[in-house]
Design a protein around this ligand. Structure first.
Ligand code: NAD
Length: 524
């Protein structure tokens, strides 16, 4: 099966590389010529563990290629993944410009039935908007007037019905999605259960699904008829949100906790199952639902995790005041099976390319639907305040910030990535600069990205050069490399032995015993 991925960023490149590793033929497309030529010359534009090996292996095997030519890539593919950015607008809502542009581009290149799979994080209703754009742009005579209602799923499904090979009706192995999933209401109970590998393998066995539908002959036959009758070319749009985490993206993609597929089309569902067949084999749970629910699942997951992080941060802030130890509290909470120990690590507030924008986007979706999402609004404000509280901590220990030099360890929004988007470390650096502080800094992977937006910092070779002559040292990102510093050496290099550990990597008593003025988050 030929696949193309539009948008070769963190999600698109990892998706493309891993799907090619599943044995599929993948073309990754991006409009950024520099990125594509870097990839074509053997370079990798992002840092992600194990990604380079997978890319090299599959490029060599002829299964993975990179191009800026969207037209050819779309025309030659049966399935088109969209993985472009959905950055925040000023009001917090998701900016869908890139999605809309891609939908228009796909529409103009449509040359036969295709499944268009949206992986970008988008507000509820975006699958319908993509359908509408493609429908309108592939055939000008169908173009609706400005402000007219969006084309409904039912209208689109007429095309699917006409195009669907008859064999699908006679060999149904998966119940019709319209009967499994009540439209716009929820998920059928059977789909949440861990898939039974035997039944799933049977369902997704290529000979039983793909061969039966023989896409080339069916598409060719129906294309000829359609073109002679000037009918619109059928397509399906599927929501398939991505849950990978930067820093462990390859592992997350190949061993996910779940795969969510939102579609109202049987035909698209079967093709999606075929794509993810290797994951059935390792017993990955699948959630099959309608597109609206799939779109909402992604925001619900990210917002819940952001809430959990913010909750433990607030507990830590309170611990700072009352003298309790947040680590012991987090451990005890995590031992409660209903809570789980994950995402209970206090720090300077969540960052990255997803949580900040997705929480704001869900607040905005709520607001535009006349609902005030009280808890999530509070999470967004508390997360912003967390950075300010960290500055207060630094200020408290240094007394005066103006004119001081501070060494910052870590610029990435978390360890194992070079991504600095909405990084709490970068936000803290920016506030310190405004306060008249000089910054020395080091990050194992993110310095090149940081230099693009903050060229005037002193970028150091390592942790020790960062400490040299600084009035205080701040750990801002939890890189493993920072967990075993030679603290004797650090103390000698610092102007004052002030050590602020915003990720709680060190034991308070041990560091204080070495003569440091040390402060973590929520621990005395
Ligand atoms: P990114 O900015 O790293 O990559 C997006 C890419 O799309 C860029 O390379 C850009 O040049 C390209 N692009 C934009 N318009 C294009 C067009 N018309 N044609 C071809 N290429 C085009 O973004 P990302 O971090 O990969 O995120 C993509 C989506 O996935 C977002 O919606 C994000 O919220 C979501 N997501 C991200 C993560 C993550 O950890 N980064 C995880 C899950 C979901």
């Amino acid at each position: 099966m030929k696949i193309c991925i539009i948008g070769t960023g963190y999600v698109g490149l990892v998706t493309g590389a891993c799907l090619s590793d599943f044995g599929l033929e993948v073309t990754c497309v991006d409009q950024d010529e520099a990125k594509i030529s870097l990839l074509n010359s053997g370079g990798i534009p992002i840092y992600e563990q194990n990604l380079e090996e997978i890319i090299n292996k599959n490029v060599k095997a002829g299964r993975l290629s990179f191009t800026t030519d969207i037209e050819n890539a779309v025309k030659e593919s049966e399935v088109i993944f969209i993985a472009v950015g959905t950055p925040p607008n000023h009001d917090g809502s998701a900016d869908l410009t890139q999605i809309k542009n891609v939908a228009g581009q796909i529409a103009r290149c449509l040359n036969g039935y295709k499944v268009i799979v949206n992986k970008s994080t988008v507000p509820v209703g975006t699958v319908s908007r993509i359908k509408k754009i493609i429908t309108e742009n592939q055939n000008p005579s169908l173009r609706a007037t400005e402000g007219s209602a969006e084309i409904s799923n039912e209208e689109n499904s007429h095309c699917e019905e006409a195009e669907r090979p008859k064999q699908f009706h006679s060999t149904h192995v998966i119940p019709d999605s319209s009967s499994v999933i009540p439209a716009k209401t929820g998920i059928h109970p059977s789909v949440i259960a861990r898939s039974d590998p035997s039944s799933v393998i049977a369902r997704s066995d290529p000979s039983s699904v793909i061969a039966r539908s023989d896409p080339s002959s069916v598409i060719a036959r129906s294309e000829a008829t359609r073109q002679s009758q000037k009918e619109p070319i059928p397509f399906d749009v599927v929501s398939n949100p991505e849950f990978l985490r930067e820093g462990s993206a390859v592992q997350d993609f190949t061993h996910p906790d779940k795969i969510v597929i939102g579609t109202d089309s049987d035909r698209a569902l079967k093709i999606m199952q075929e794509i993810y067949r290797p994951l059935y084999l390792i017993d990955t749970p699948f959630v099959f639902t309608n597109p609206e629910t799939a779109e909402m699942i992604k925001y619900a997951c990210n917002s819940f995790l952001a809430t959990k992080i913010t909750f433990i941060n607030e507990i830590a802030n309170l611990c700072d005041k009352v003298g309790a130890d947040v680590h012991q509290i987090a451990r005890a909470m995590g031992l409660d099976g209903r809570i789980s120990p994950k995402f209970l690590h206090p720090g300077p507030g969540y960052g990255g390319s997803c949580f900040p924008k997705d929480t704001r986007a869900l607040c905005s979706i709520s607001e535009s639907n006349g609902y005030e999402f009280v808890t999530l609004n509070a999470v967004v404000s508390a997360n912003k305040r967390q950075r300010e509280l960290m500055i207060e901590k630094i200020k408290h220990l240094l007394k005066e910030l103006k004119g001081k030099t501070i060494g910052i360890l870590g610029l990435a929004f978390k360890q194992s990535t070079d991504d600095i988007r909405e990084s709490s470390s970068i936000d803290i650096v920016k506030i310190l600069l405004k306060e008249g502080v000089k910054i020395r800094c080091f990050d194992p992977m993110a310095m090149e990205n940081a230099k693009k937006i903050l060229p005037d910092l002193t970028y150091c070779q390592d942790e020790y050069e960062t400490a040299r002559g600084s009035d205080a040292l701040v750990i801002a990102t939890e890189w493993n490399e920072f967990r075993n510093l030679d603290l004797y050496k650090i103390k000698e290099l610092l102007k004052n032995p002030i050590f602020i550990d915003l990720r709680n990597l060190y034991e308070t008593e041990k560091v204080k015993a070495l003569g440091f003025i040390y402060e973590g988050v929520g621990r005395r």
